[in-house]
Design a binder for this molecule. Structure first.
Ligand code: 6PG
Length: 254
């Protein structure tokens, strides 16, 4: 299954989407722990997952087998962990600290390192040491930008063509990052090695790109989210009505 015949679940708004995503994540984590004794989840960054993290925290430690869950990240900005733009910081405040999750189970990307390539290499080593090569994450959570980027795989960026590495330092030029920066990100091969991938996409500003990604011509250089096609085939999109506004209504023949 690829982005060509996607499973798209629609919700009225971000709150409803986040509650369903919390249920989904709980189910996936329990199944992974039952089957393999542990669960590895790569968290997405940006603003969309914050509500999901808050809901998971509000449900308390018993809602998921947290003592058996390892948290990783799909990408990180090249900033220190206490910086306002840090994806780690957002998850720390909304999920990790409220649930007092064990630091030994939290594997953040060292965005503060002066050399982003060294940070990418260190994170790749940690992933491969823990999950093998390719590193098989149980769940990869992804967001999508208004330009169709996902993780930090931005349109036209060199990282889109990566076929060997699992983590790279990707130079990004985009108004979304206010010019040019370097992001540390899982590559498409790493994302596609995951047992399952879940996109969380909300807001009217995502509608045009979402329609292109899901129903437009294949053009991953312009819409990198089209690169996401897990080998397992387990890919689902959780979208709100605003983001799905220009998608064909559910049940419309392809
Ligand atoms: C990041 C993310 C990125 C994000 C999208 C959507 O570090 O920014 O990982 O891929 O998911 O940009 O961001 P919002 O959720 O803020 O719209």
């Amino acid at each position: 299954m690829s982005t060509r015949d996607p499973v798209v679940r629609r919700f009225s708004d971000l709150d409803a989407l986040s509650r369903a995503a919390a249920d989904e994540l709980a189910g996936l984590a329990r199944a992974a722990v039952a089957e393999r004794g542990a669960c590895s989840i790569a968290l997405s960054g940006g603003s969309t997952p914050r509500r999901l993290f808050q809901l998971l925290a509000a449900r308390g430690r018993d809602a998921l087998p947290w003592e058996r869950i390892d948290l990783w990240w799909g990408d990180e900005r090249t900033v220190p962990p206490e910086h306002a733009d840090s994806n780690y910081r957002m998850a720390r405040e909304a999920l990790i600290e409220p649930l007092s999750l064990a630091a030994t189970r939290v594997h953040r990307i060292a965005g503060e390192l002066a050399d982003p390539a060294a940070a990418a290499a260190a994170y790749e080593r940690a992933l491969v040491d823990a999950l093998g090569a390719p590193p098989v994450l149980d769940v990869v959570l992804l967001g999508m930008g208004p330009d169709g980027h996902t993780a930090s795989l931005f349109p036209g960026s060199p990282g889109l063509d990566e076929t060997r590495r699992w983590v790279i330092a990707n130079p990004v030029t985009s108004p979304l990052v206010h010019g040019t920066t370097t992001r540390i990100t899982l590559t498409a091969p790493a994302i596609n090695a995951a047992r399952c991938v879940r996109f969380l996409v909300a807001g009217a500003d995502k509608a045009a790109a979402l329609a292109q990604v899901l129903a437009g011509p294949r053009d991953p250089t312009r819409y990198p989210s089209q690169l996401v096609a897990p080998d397992s085939g387990d890919l689902r999109w959780f979208v709100d009505d605003a983001a799905a506004a220009t998608l064909a209504p559910p049940g419309t023949p392809a």
